[in-house]
Design a protein around this ligand. Structure first.
Ligand code: V47
Length: 385
């Protein structure tokens, strides 16, 4: 591929072309504002196409936040509520089943289930959410609860990570979402979410899940009080676990949305910072198969552009998203499959509907809500040395 890059990126370009791993120093250099974002995009695109060719993935999914009542007070969160606040809610079994029914009627293959840590609800309440959904809608994959919630369940039950995961798996859990990672470095974590699971807990929970054959995603919340060093340190910690287990499917860089949070004085990251972070994530995480441009959070235009800056996945059609919309996201609540496919095709990529664990979904042309899982989509993600 013939293109020129800024001379500051010469050594990094050589490593990318040779399939070699980038260092902490390389990562920090790429955050230098004098390094052109477009050049990083071109390099990230090499890796993106090496791993995922011209495919761009999406799924048909919905979110279920069964409660927003939360014992923690993370400074970046606009979603949480106190028990006695007018905003606080916890869904009834009937409401949860109604959400499952809506998902099923709309052809969803996945429910993304996360929420607050409700101090008056026992672990059994959370287990029952999975059981209810699995009993009524057995085909839908339940991607549920972040490592932070799992850490809370361990505290509630005094069970080990493995025991908690076994109970959830038995009730219908399919995989873990990537939330709760924020920024691992204690210089930042202790300021934005000091009470919840620390980096050691977060990583250990994903390690155990992977050892049990449960796939998971991983995230990074950027654009608040962290510095480039903290971001790259975060990515390197994720890369280290992935070397060990290979259990991460997708990395999702999450841009901070400040409205209605304890950090509302901070400006939202610009599109340029979003694209820079997308490209750097693709380049640093050489062993994670997929990088997601979560359109709800990035905005549709930036998410579409990100498909040329390292990303290969747009997440899904999405319904009932609250975490970003409570924090001021102006994106719609839902995108149709037709719109997602148009957005992907416009970038020159080939849209592929996937399920949560990256198998093709085959739909009945005459009945959209009827679908079957097809073959696994193979991504050539051999770790580079
Ligand atoms: O952990 C919370 C972040 C995460 C704000 O696994 C905020 O496929 C920005 O993890 N501004 C939850 N970010 C969302 C998440 C996720 C989303 C989509 C797909 C997947 C997946 C995972 O959202 C939290 C936190 O890092 N967050 N508040 C905010 N004001």
């Amino acid at each position: 591929m013939i293109f020129t890059v800024d001379p500051k990126l010469k050594a990094i370009r050589e490593k990318i072309e040779a399939g070699q791993r980038l260092t902490l120093e390389d990562g920090i250099l790429m955050y230098d504002p004098e390094v052109p974002v477009n050049d990083l995009g071109q390099l990230a695109n090499i890796v993106r196409e090496r791993i995922n060719g011209n495919y761009a993935y999406y799924n048909i999914n919905t979110h279920l936040n069964a409660t927003n009542i939360c014992v923690y007070r993370c400074t970046f969160c606009a979603f949480r509520s106190d028990l006695r606040s007018d905003k606080g809610y916890a869904m009834s079994d009937e409401q949860i089943i109604a959400r499952g029914q809506e998902a099923s009627d709309n052809g969803c293959t996945e429910m993304h289930i996360v929420g607050g840590l409700h101090h008056q609800r026992k672990f059994e309440w959370y287990v029952n959410i999975l059981k209810l959904l699995k009993d009524h809608f057995p085909k839908i994959h339940l991607k549920g609860w972040t490592a932070v919630e799992l850490n809370w369940f361990e505290f509630l039950t005094k069970k080990s990570t493995r025991e908690v995961l076994e109970a959830l798996q038995e009730a219908g859990l399919g995989s873990l979402p990537g939330g709760g990672a924020e920024i691992f470095h204690p210089e930042v974590r202790d300021q934005i979410c000091e009470h919840k699971a620390d980096s050691r807990n977060w990583i250990e929970i994903h390690r155990v899940a992977h050892q049990m054959g449960i796939k998971s995603n991983c995230t990074m919340l950027y654009g608040h009080i962290e510095k480039p060093f903290h971001r790259i340190d975060h990515l390197i910690r994720l890369r280290g676990l992935q070397d060990e287990t290979g259990g991460f499917q997708t990395f999702i860089p999450l841009a901070f949305h400040p409205e209605n949070t304890g950090l509302s004085h901070i400006k939202k990251p610009t599109a340029m910072m979003d694209l820079r972070t997308m490209a750097i994530s693709r380049l640093m995480l050489d062993n994670v198969p997929h990088i997601k441009a979560y359109w709800i959070m990035l905005g549709i235009g930036t998410a579409q552009t990100a498909l040329s800056y390292g990303a290969d996945d747009l997440d899904g059609t999405v319904r009932h998203e609250l975490i970003y919309h409570d924090a001021g996201a102006t994106t719609p609540q839902l995108l149709s499959v037709q719109r997602l496919e148009e957005l992907i095709r416009e970038t020159g990529r080939e849209p592929i509907e996937r399920d949560t664990i990256y198998r093709r979904v085959n739909r009945d042309a005459n009945d959209f809500s009827s679908w079957e899982i097809g073959e696994e989509i193979t991504a050539d993600c051999a770790a580079v040395s």
